[in-house]
Design a protein around this ligand. Structure first.
Ligand code: FAD
Ligand code: UDP
Length: 378
């Protein structure tokens, strides 16, 4: 329950893109906001740290991509984006392949050069499969690219990433991976793509300019006092934590990032190299300078090791299986009865959002809360 005469209109819990966009719009609409974050910095998962003069994407590589001109114009009013597009490579026991799977990949596998040959090769392999419809990720992947590519590029990466057998994962996850019959190595199809020149902190600093904030403050350990500071709360933390896990914990996959500064100009010649064999325990190596075409004398790389989230490990990827979705429903019912709190963002909605989607979702809430004129498709 909010206090009778609180100092702020909104207490915004979490300074990630959802919280920062809401704070910006609310301030513009004449509302007084306080943003808090339990981390010791602002920006949530898009936060960058400057190491050896390189903007390091501390919480994993972040490439902005959208088909919405409106969202692209929205972020470009705060900072300039460069022309970076993601073209990852896949390393399988030292052999390199282009991703996403495309004609370059088919050439590397089979030395074939035409889309007709590639389609024929894959349909020959698929015709030998004992099923025609996919009931899980493994079957879906086999129906998309056949067993040879599945084995080298998908199976082990997926099982490392998700920590379970590919037959125990939903087919929907692998549908995110593009398969193309042209020579386009660009991972995302979207019209607008890039990375902010100078890193994402510039974007967040502009969104939060002049707005009161406190870092190193965990809402859930001091909920009553903090709630009393504002008429309403925008909560972007984990929904199960808000309700003291009363219906159980929602599960997340997480990552441990191991970052090194190397005394060389260029380690791998590309921003992202996925490691698709079972021997490498990490799933990818990110070389951060390539996001901004850096020429610094040193380089910074990060290996990503997938793990389950727990109270000491940050939650990243919601695991939307039947168990977790059933628990989520119970929390959503509780949240709907809580009229002084708006739950938004990837943790409060337990939903995998890309950046453009979380911004669109925040603008929709602004539309509802602040009566501004945004109409943005999520
Ligand atoms: P967050 O950024 O997580 O912000 C939530 C904030 O709330 C955090 O700072 C957290 O500390 C704070 N918080 C939580 N609980 C509390 C509490 N109790 N008290 C106080 N503060 C609290 N998207 C793309 O578009 N392109 C990409 O290439 C891309 N790559 C990604 C790679 C990885 C490894 C991950 C995990 C995500 C990636 N994303 C990418 C998604 C992107 O990170 C999200 O869309 C975006 O960060 C979501 O913003 P948010 O505000 O909802 O959440
Ligand atoms: N994937 C894979 N090999 C790769 C890259 C991706 O098998 O080299 C699979 C993996 O299961 C992953 C899914 O494709 O979860 C979707 O890929 P995306 O790039 O969306 O990965 P995520 O965002 O889940 O890391």
């Amino acid at each position: 329950m909010a206090a009778t005469n609180p100092h702020y209109d909104y207490l915004i819990v979490g300074s990630g893109l959802f919280g920062a966009v809401f704070a910006y719009e609310a301030t513009r609409a004449g509302k007084k906001c306080l943003v808090i974050d339990k981390r010791n910095h602002l920006g949530g998962n898009v936060y960058c740290e400057n190491i050896a003069d390189i903007n390091v994407h501390v919480y994993g590589p972040h490439i902005f991509h959208t088909n919405s001109k409106r969202i692209w114009d929205y972020v470009n009013q705060f900072t300039t984006f460069n022309r970076f597009t993601n073209s990852p490579l896949a390393n399988y026991y030292g052999e390199l392949f282009n991703l996403p799977i495309n004609m370059n990949t088919f050439y590397q596998f089979w030395k074939i050069t035409s889309p007709t040959e590639a389609r024929q090769k894959i349909s020959d392999q698929i015709s030998k499969l004992p099923f025609k419809k996919a009931g899980n990720l493994q079957e879906q992947a086999l129906l998309m690219v056949g067993p040879e590519i599945y084995e080298k590029l998908i199976r082990h990466y997926t099982e490392k990433q998700w920590g379970r057998d590919a037959t125990r994962l939903p087919a929907s996850i692998i549908k995110r991976l593009p398969v193309r019959y042209n020579y386009d190595n660009c991972y995302f199809d979207d019209t607008y793509q890039g990375v902010p020149v100078g890193g994402y902190n510039k974007l967040v600093a502009k969104l939060l300019a002049g707005i009161d904030f406190k870092t190193g403050v965990d809402f859930n350990t001091n909920r009553y006092e903090l709630t009393a500071l504002a008429k309403k709360v925008i909560y972007t933390g984990a929904i199960d934590a808000y309700f003291d896990h009363s219906h159980g914990h929602l599960e997340y996959r997480s990552l441990q990032f191991k970052t090194e500064v190397l005394d060389m100009e260029n380690f791998q010649g590309n921003a992202v190299v996925n490691y698709c064999d079972p021997k490498s325990k990490f799933t990818r190596i990110v070389e951060h300078k390539h996001f901004e075409f850096g020429r610094q004398s040193k380089t910074v790389i990060t290996r990503e090791y997938p793990v389950m989230a727990d109270k000491n490990v940050e939650p990243y990827y919601p695991i939307n299986d039947d168990r977790n979705n059933a628990i989520l429903k119970k929390y959503q019912t509780m949240a709907a009865q809580n009229h002084n709190v708006v739950f938004g963002g990837r943790l409060a909605e337990y939903k995998y959002y890309d950046m453009h989607q979380v911004i669109a979702s925040a603008l929709k809430v602004c539309n509802r809360e602040l009566y501004t004129a945004f109409e943005v498709e999520v």
